[in-house]
Design a protein around this ligand. Structure first.
Ligand code: ADP
Ligand code: ADP
Length: 226
């Protein structure tokens, strides 16, 4: 069970900014869910709170029937891909992909095999010994996805992972993400400020504003003309 439930979720940063304001949201198991909204409305904070990277100031986040705050980071079945990919520059592609497995204490040989297998699925086999600085933007983005996938997470959190790609690579990446979700049944939460992207990918869309959900529904419901 990997549905995500947020109840009265509030995040106030130490500087007093209320980034999430008693937000309620339910994301269904296996859903491709897009979070849309202007810069500063709280999208990144919401993802980081689901991932357990930010502590909530109030309310709760559950993944299945477990509160994320009760699980230590290594036990959370959640993977997050950031806007800037955040690859380790001094590590090879192989080491980058295997890194989360190292955190999970998977043994060395199994890590190497899993990294190679995941790289193969993403068409990265020829690049395993390169470092991020020797890759194109699109290749770096796929390495970031591979690193997130290697653990077979139940929940996949994506923070504008396509925003640095050109139009062609973006289209390729969209097709790829959709295939992942269909084939692996991973619950995916995708942050974007691009309506077309949300329309192309999402089963449902939530529009955020000022730390709250303003509207939630299927793409047709959300973009229906009044
Ligand atoms: P979005 O992802 O929609 O652009 P964010 O979640 O990044 O929104 O930010 C929501 C609000 O919280 C903004 O006003 C932002 O400036 C503020 N904020 C984000 N991160 C921090 C932080 N670490 N400390 C203080 N304020 C922050
Ligand atoms: P986003 O793409 O989500 O809008 P930002 O550029 O707003 O991201 O924020 C980049 C980083 O700066 C994030 O780690 C965020 O948490 C942090 N941040 C954003 N706003 C503030 C703030 N007012 N005070 C401190 N940190 C902030």
């Amino acid at each position: 069970m990997s549905a995500i439930t947020m109840r009265a979720l509030t995040k106030v940063y130490p500087n007093g900014v209320r980034a999430l304001d008693a937000l309620d949201l339910e994301i269904t198991d296996g859903e491709f869910f897009a979070l849309l909204g202007p810069s500063g409305c709280g999208k990144t904070t919401l993802l980081r709170t689901i991932a357990g990277l930010e502590l909530a100031s109030g309310g709760s986040v559950h993944i299945g029937d477990r509160a994320v705050t009760q699980l230590p980071p290594g036990k959370r079945d959640v993977a997050m891909v950031f806007q800037d990919y955040a690859l380790f520059p001094h590590m090879t592609v192989r080491e980058n992909i295997a890194y989360p497995l190292r955190i999970k204490k998977v043994d060395r040989r199994a890590r190497g095999e899993k990294a190679a297998e995941t790289a193969d699925e993403l068409g990265l086999s020829a690049l395993l010994d390169r470092r991020p600085g020797q890759l194109s933007g699109g290749q770096q983005q796929r390495v970031a996805l591979a690193r997130a996938m290697a653990c077979h997470p139940q929940v996949f959190l994506l923070d504008e992972p396509l925003s640095n790609l050109d139009a062609r690579l973006r289209l390729e990446a969209r097709t790829f993400l959709k295939r992942l979700q269909r084939e692996l049944g991973v619950t995916t939460v995708f942050v974007t400020h691009d309506q077309a992207e949300a329309l192309a990918l999402a089963d449902r869309i939530a529009v955020m504003e000022g730390g709250r959900i303003r509207q939630v529904g299927t793409p047709t419901e959300v973009f229906r003309r009044p």
